[in-house]
Design a binder for this molecule. Structure first.
Ligand SMILES: C[S@@+](CC[C@H](N)C(=O)[O-])C[C@H]1O[C@@H](n2cnc3c(N)ncnc32)[C@H](O)[C@@H]1O
Length: 255
């Protein structure tokens, strides 16, 4: 039987790799790398650093690279575009797994951060198995997500005593504002700096960019005091590096 690992590689620092992730990497025969059209060189580089640093025998595995199918932008609805992209990605992965992983061999995908959080790898694998085109077993190795890196960077817990935390996207926050009944909200995938639109809410913000990397930036404070600073720092960093990855916690102030 073929086996696949989906390995969380951590969200920026090679030292986020867990002992379990390192053990799994050392068992693989094939590492699949789906190259995204616009993938940042720094992210590609981290994958290389991790393999070089943690795989004991460089001859023990081969790397199979394939271009990730591009996502259609602008035409269909966001959900339809994602569903279509996932279908094309599944077609590609079926071919890769069938052609590149022999019976008894082990293949792996490295997922940025943790595979359970805004990552399509597990969904694609489940789609492939549901189709029945190729048989394999698979194991998921958790990783340190950007959310955990954010909390550690700011030295905070995400929840308050007995409270709930919601993880959401910039798009949802822009559509609906702060969710009702939730006091602590983690926002990911926000290219639009939606926090800056919430100026009249009584919120603290804990913002982090390039978490876990040498370029990590952390800013926190009352949203009305620091929103402008974050917008400025974010724009400068984005220009300097050519890309941006940021995550933040919005916390209703209890007075
Ligand atoms: C496609 S999601 C992947 C999330 C990933 N699976 C995780 O566990 O963090 C990408 C989003 O994660 C967040 N992110 C990932 N890595 C980050 C980092 N090092 N610093 C800040 N935010 C990060 C950003 O919000 C980014 O838009």
């Amino acid at each position: 039987m073929r086996k696949l690992y989906v390995i969380g590689m951590g969200a920026g620092d090679p030292e986020y790799m867990t002992a379990q992730a390192i053990r799994a990497l050392n068992e693989i025969d094939v590492l699949f790398v789906l190259q995204k059209e616009e993938e940042q060189q720094d992210l590609v580089e981290l994958r290389r650093v991790i393999c070089e640093r943690f795989i004991d025998d460089p001859e023990s595995y081969r790397v199979v690279e394939a271009p990730d199918p591009p996502r259609e932008r602008g035409t269909a609805s966001y959900r339809d575009a994602v569903a279509d992209w996932r279908r094309r990605r599944a077609d590609l992965c079926v071919r890769l797994i069938r052609d590149e992983v022999g019976d008894g061999e082990r293949g792996a995908f490295l997922a940025w951060g943790d595979p359970a959080l805004y990552d399509s790898t597990l969904g694609v694998i489940q789609d492939i198995l549901a189709r029945g085109d190729v048989a394999f077993e698979y194991e998921v190795v958790p990783g340190i997500s950007s959310v955990q890196a954010l909390a550690a960077g700011h030295r905070i817990a995400l929840n308050r005593v007995g409270g709930a935390v919601q993880v959401t996207t910039g798009r949802r926050l822009a559509d609906s504002g702060m969710p009702a009944g939730v006091d602590d909200v983690v926002v990911m995938l926000d290219a639009q700096q939606t926090f800056a639109e919430l100026g009249d809410e009584d919120l603290d913000i804990y913002w982090g960019a390039y978490l876990g990397t040498p370029d990590e930036i952390l800013v926190s404070g009352h949203l009305s005091d620091v929103a402008e600073k974050i917008v400025r720092v974010r724009a400068e960093a984005r220009t300097r590096k050519g890309w941006m990855f940021d995550t933040y916690l919005l916390r209703r102030v209890r007075r």
